[in-house]
Design a protein around this ligand. Structure first.
Ligand code: GLN
Length: 192
């Protein structure tokens, strides 16, 4: 029996417990990550939603940021909402980011009326349209050529991948749909 994948969930702030529940329900093992040494031995990492400026404030202390940049360059990562903002190449308004997804994201781009809502949209993933929970979501306003768009909502990209780095502007941990987390598990090296 291969060992289950061990997936870290950045547990500084925001929606991390729901990610753990989804991943454990899929047979993966999880570990909350609050310090850089907790990245060691993980197969992949989830950067959850929350408030990216608050996350950044924490991550820029105690050498965490370079450790995270090193991890994310070598292992699969899934960034959801604020986590996507952390993975992006460019953020509007400007703030530091890891630059692993060649996208430009605009924070809180949908304004008050469309701030938080559930939408359904087709994707390239097999099965029914994705149920997508948007909470003060960023908008992907530009994608570089290396970025694969896996789903659009209206005409905006909402699920993207570049190599082993996956990002979405919505909260997949809050719908019953495990296909986004499955993309992360599929990107992991097989365990012996
Ligand atoms: N649900 C979320 O993660 C919201 C993201 C948040 N509005 C930000 O800009 O960081």
């Amino acid at each position: 029996m291969p060992r289950p994948h061990l997936i870290g969930v950045l547990a500084v702030q925001g929606a991390y417990a729901a990610h753990q529940r989804v991943l454990e329900g899929m047979g993966a093992a999880t570990r909350t990550v609050r310090q850089s040494h907790e990245l060691q031995g993980l197969d992949a990492l989830v950067l959850p939603g929350g408030e990216s400026s608050t996350l950044l404030h924490f991550l820029q202390q105690d050498g965490f940021w370079p450790a995270l940049a090193h991890f994310a360059a070598h292992r699969p990562c899934l960034g959801t909402c604020a986590g996507l903002i952390l993975l992006a190449q460019t953020v509007q308004p400007a703030q530091p980011s890891l630059g692993l997804l060649d996208v430009t994201v605009q924070r809180n781009a949908y304004g008050r009326q469309r701030e938080s809502r559930i939408r359904h949209a087709p994707s390239v993933l097999p099965g029914a349209p994705l149920e997508m929970v948007f909470i003060r979501a960023p908008r992907i306003v530009h994608c570089g050529p290396a970025v694969q768009v896996l789903a659009y909502s209206d005409s905006d990209p909402v699920l993207v991948r570049q190599g082993h780095t996956i990002g979405c502007t919505f909260h997949p941990e809050l719908s019953g749909d495990t296909r986004i987390h499955q993309l992360l598990l599929d990107a992991c090296e097989p365990r012996g």
